[in-house]
Design a protein around this ligand. Sequence first.
Ligand code: F3S
Length: 81
Amino acid sequence: LKYTMVDRETCIACGACFAAAPEVFDYDDDGISFVFLDKNQGNGEIPEGLQDDVLDAYDGCPSGSIKIANEPFNGDPSKFE
Ligand code: F3S
């Protein structure tokens, strides 16, 4: 995987992703997560050393809101579904 973004429509602010990958995910005032590396556009390549953390976040999100792909999302979290 090279790219990630959060579907902010389905995120339930559980917090698991920023616990798993604090260098990739952050959250807004409502607790809704976003990827701060690229302002949640899904266009910034995840540094290799952080990819395992992102996978943990992907596996741990209870609402399936963490999206991962080998191609950029261009801001659309459902692009590959
Ligand atoms: Fe939201 Fe899932 Fe993270 S519910 S806070 S994207 S673990």
